[in-house]
Design a binder for this molecule. Structure first.
Ligand code: ADP
Ligand code: MG
Ligand code: MG
Length: 888
């Protein structure tokens, strides 16, 4: 018999924290909190396996689910001392969705389930508080109708507003029991009008309706989009949690709130949260009333006048603060918690590892090491490598002029500029068009996710630090300013105004998610600070990792950035970039146009000193670290003009006729240049190019060594080799030049010759190629292209649809295709090592900076990864995590 239902409550549970796959994150942690003796209202979790069953069996439930749920419900009834559906003493429950990872887009929680006309009257009598009972009932009808029966919630809100107007109430809490009862009559009529049937009065029907709605929500558009964006597999499914209600809306000794055990924005070890007196459920985040701070310090920091929980309910606050410490001690991580206070008693309703900014993640990890909660390696695993992106990017230049027009809450750090858009769709459309956009909303909801993703930054006029916009933006690493209440947004007119200034759609603004400032125009930015806690984490990462990390760099700027970020060498220096600059292109074109070898040599003579100077600069920056220089790779026609009107000027420059230039361009034209006359094919037909480049490298290396003593180790890399002979011939040229230079200068340059592995044939013939190659560098961009037979430049058009249809799980140009391309890499590594034990192996495609691809490189035992300079810290951290993972 399969166990479909797991109970929790009364100081124990059938589940525990490590069962999140089966119970979902929320269910597993409710069980865990029960187990460690925290006050959790009793309940049970219907497993994710039921969700799987449901979708595999045409939305039918397992036969024995009903009995198991009945038994679990009876246990809850026993603990609470009330009965589900009993008019005299009704048990009410909440029905909550909960996948393995928290997922916006899933069904909203239904509270107060089990109420009907009879049980509401019973609850009124039993509690002696009819206002509370009918407040709960009207909330339930609205929530259930909206979430389960799909009736627009605005219709209910309209009725509520009418009722408030009629009675002169300003806040919901001012409505009397009678007002609420009248409202309930209206609500029920509304449901009947909308659905042609009555609001379900049978609590069991309500319960099954809500359970079914949770499972259905797994396949809603919102959920599907979110899963796709976050690479969450559909097979995971969601669990359902049914839990006895506790009430934060029974009067002024009641409250509901959300908190982080540390500040999720800065990481400071301060209790951070918001609460509302006499409220229920999501009131705090919904922005109906302004939430109040938990602590006096928090209140003061934000300049709020509303009293803190610490002042209003000191005893319960003390309890909550103790829970905070218990949870951190237990989970060894910062927690995001939800709680309710019913008549002075605290109940815990949720805990999970809290989302945090990268800055906060780093500070928390370091602090927790100092506090003895975690060790250094654990700290290294606490930071999402990709998320480092957030802090590696520029901040507002402190000296730049800022035209500050408003201020909101500093909801997610980082500075961003973009053109104003007011809807998620518009933001997405403009971003696809290549614009940098700012999404400006009154508030955001899960429907806006795609727009938030497309935007550089997010600005809202409503909602606190725990609002949807704030939480999602922090998760995505987008700068966000929330709750900028002075801004007046006019969606219809597509403008917002503040302090007498009107900003239109399409205007540039800048936000600073660290200070909450909103500025007109585009404000310049500066590079980030890489010392302090960041440096500590990177130090620990460096201790833990085995893989070396290099950068792909050819300009002095890139090389400097790479070194700043801790690169241990250059893994790919593309020499063709050096051919395009300034007046060199003229010499390069002369070479291309030359009729014979003598002509080419004359032109190459002119290029040599320029290329040598480039290498001198690069080697000086790299101070003795290894530098892999790739010889000329692209087809020659890339250096010739494209636009017809360019030909004339260039012909004049070169002193040749336009006809000749056109003729040569036509001659060089190829149908498939990526598979054409490029790389070592070009070098083999024009060995003098190889000769010149090798000479430039070696002369530069010797110059630098003589000047600074830091002799670079040069790795001369021949691209696009598929046949052993191709490399053999080029290596002979390179070795000969090295000997010549050594004879001329009296010093032998320190160098090795190797090749890129970027053709399937090269991978398969790696055993013989390794006879000629001291190293292999996997050029996974081309290797992916050639393995799939898929052009990187043309694939974007249909890769999206391939991913949507599940033909490909990921874009293979972003995440290494471990099955196919990966197998070729393994084959090449194995065969290469067999011929030449200890052959140096690295990777230099885009994948070199992708954490999951780096994990693969660790698996295969490569020596290094090479990535773009900004990704070097990401790669260092990912390499460390890959090594730690394998320690088990
Ligand atoms: P989400 O996944 O969106 O956070 P939850 O299932 O946590 O949704 O429910 C949202 C809120 O509903 C909770 O924070 C809590 O305030 C309220 N809630 C849920 N279950 C109960 C319950 N048993 N008693 C009282 N309030 C509850
Ligand atoms: Mg919610
Ligand atoms: Mg919650």
């Amino acid at each position: 018999m399969t166990k479909w239902v797991y109970s929790f409550g009364n100081g124990k549970a059938e589940g525990q924290a490590d069962m999140r796959n089966l119970l979902g994150g929320k269910g597993a942690n409710l069980a865990e909190m029960s187990n460690i003796g925290l006050p959790v209202p009793p309940g049970f979790t219907v497993t994710t396996e039921v969700c799987t069953f449901y979708y595999q069996n045409e939305k039918q439930y397992p036969g024995d689910l009903n009995d198991q749920m009945d038994a679990a419900l009876a246990t809850v009834e026993g603990i609470v001392g009330a009965k589900f559906g009993d008019p005299a003493n009704p048990l009410l429950v909440s029905v909550r969705s909960g996948a393995r990872v928290s997922m916006p887009g899933m069904m909203d929680t239904v509270l107060n389930l089990g109420l009907n006309d009879e049980t509401a009257a019973g609850l009124a009598a039993k509690s002696g508080d009819p206002r509370f009972a009918y407040d709960s009932y009207r909330r339930f009808i609205q929530m259930y109708s909206n979430v389960v029966l799909d009736v627009d919630h605005h219709l209910f809100e309209e009725q509520l507003e009418i009722k408030k107007e009629e009675t002169g109430a300003v806040l919901d809490t001012e409505l009397s029991a009678q007002d609420l009862q009248d409202l309930i009559v209206e609500y029920k009529r509304l449901v009947r009008d909308e659905l042609d049937h009555d609001f379900p009065q049978d609590p069991r029907e309500q319960l099954w309706g809500a359970v079914g709605a949770v499972f259905s929500s797994w396949m809603t558009h919102r959920a599907v989009v979110y899963r796709k964006l976050n690479k969450i597999p559909e097979e995971w499914g969601t669990a359902v949690n049914v839990q006895a209600m506790v009430f934060g809306n029974m009067g002024d000794d009641c409250a509901t709130g959300v908190a982080f055990t540390r500040d999720p924005s800065t990481g400071e070890n301060l209790f951070y949260g918001e609460y509302l007196v006499n409220a229920q459920g999501e009131d705090v985040v919904a922005g109906i009333r302004t939430p109040q701070h938990l602590t006096i310090a928090g209140k003061d920091a934000q300049g709020s006048k509303l009293p803190a929980m610490e002042e209003v309910m000191p005893e319960v606050f003390k309890q909550l603060d103790d829970v905070r410490l218990t949870l951190e001690k237990h989970y060894h991580d910062m927690q995001d918690i939800e709680f309710t206070v019913q008549q002075g008693t605290l109940y815990m309703l949720q805990t999970r590892n809290g989302k945090r900014t990268t800055q906060a993640a780093i500070k928390i990890a370091c602090d927790m090491v100092d506090e003895g909660l975690i060790n250094e390696e654990e700290a290294v695993t606490r930071i999402e490598p990709q998320a480092l992106d957030q802090i590696l990017h520029p901040r507002l230049d402190p000296d730049a002029e800022r035209k500050v027009i408003g201020k909101g809450l500093p909801a997610s750090p980082g500075a961003a500029s973009g053109i104003v858009t007011f809807t998620a769709d518009e933001a997405e459309a403009r971003a696809l068009n290549g614009d940098r956009v700012m999404l400006v909303r009154i508030e955001t909801s899960p429907e806006d996710i795609h727009g938030m993703h497309a935007a550089q930054g997010i600005l809202t006029t409503r909602g606190g630090m725990t609002s949807h916009a704030a939480v999602v933006a922090r998760g995505m690493g987008r700068p966000c300013v929330s709750g900028a209440g002075d801004l007046n947004v006019d969606y219809k007119g597509k403008t917002f105004s503040v302090a007498g200034i009107t900003v239109k759609e399409g205007d540039w603004i800048t936000i600073d998610g660290g200070s909450g400032q909103i500025m007109l125009g585009e404000v310049p930015t500066v590079q980030p600070e890489l010392s302090g806690d960041f440096a500590r984490i990177m130090d620990w990462a460096d201790k833990a990792r085995r893989l070396k990390v290099r950068a792909n760099a050819e300009t002095p700027d890139d090389a400097r950035t790479a070194r700043n970020f801790g690169a241990e060498g250059i893994g790919l220096c593309r020499t063709e970039h050096m051919f395009f600059e300034g007046d060199r292109i003229t010499a390069v074109r002369e070479m291309i146009l030359a009729e014979d070898e003598a002509g080419r040599r004359a032109a190459l003579e002119k290029i040599l000193p320029m290329q040598r100077a480039d290498f001198v600069e690069l080697f000086n920056i790299m101070k003795g670290l290894p530098v892999t220089v790739r010889l000329l790779d692209p087809p020659l026609h890339e250096f010739l003009p494209r636009e017809p009107n360019e030909f004339e000027a260039i012909a004049k420059d070169l002193g040749v006729s336009v006809e000749k230039l056109r003729y040569r361009a036509a001659q060089l034209h190829e149908m498939n240049p990526m598979l054409g006359h490029r790389g070592c094919r070009l070098l083999n037909t024009y060995p003098e190019i190889c000769e010149m480049q090798a000479r430039a490298i070696f002369e530069a290396a010797i110059l630098v060594r003589e000047e600074s003593g830091d002799a670079p180790h040069c790795e001369v890399m021949v691209p696009l080799v598929g046949i052993q002979k191709e490399l053999e011939l080029m290596r002979a040229v390179i070795d000969r030049v090295a000997d010549e230079v050594a004879a001329e200068k009296g010093i032998k340059p320190d160098y090795t010759v190797g090749t890129m592995i970027e053709l399937p044939r090269a991978a398969l013939r790696a055993g013989t190629i390794a006879e000629e190659a001291a190293f292999f560098s996997f050029g996974t961009n081309d290797l992916t292209q050639t393995t799939f037979g898929l052009s990187r430049d043309d694939a974007a058009g249909f890769l999206g649809s391939y991913e949507k249809r599940g033909i490909l799980k990921n874009d293979p140009f972003a995440t290494l295709d471990k099955e196919g391309v990966g197998e070729l890499i393994e084959i090449a590594a194995e065969r290469g090592r067999k011929t030449r034990p200890g052959i140096k192996l690295g990777i230099c495609g885009e994948h070199g900076g992708d954490p999951s691809s780096i994990d693969f490189c660790e698996e295969v035992g490569l020596d290094y990864v090479s990535c773009s300079p900004f990704r070097v810290p990401i790669a260092r951290l990912a390499a460390a995590q890959a090594a730690i993972r394998r320690k088990g």
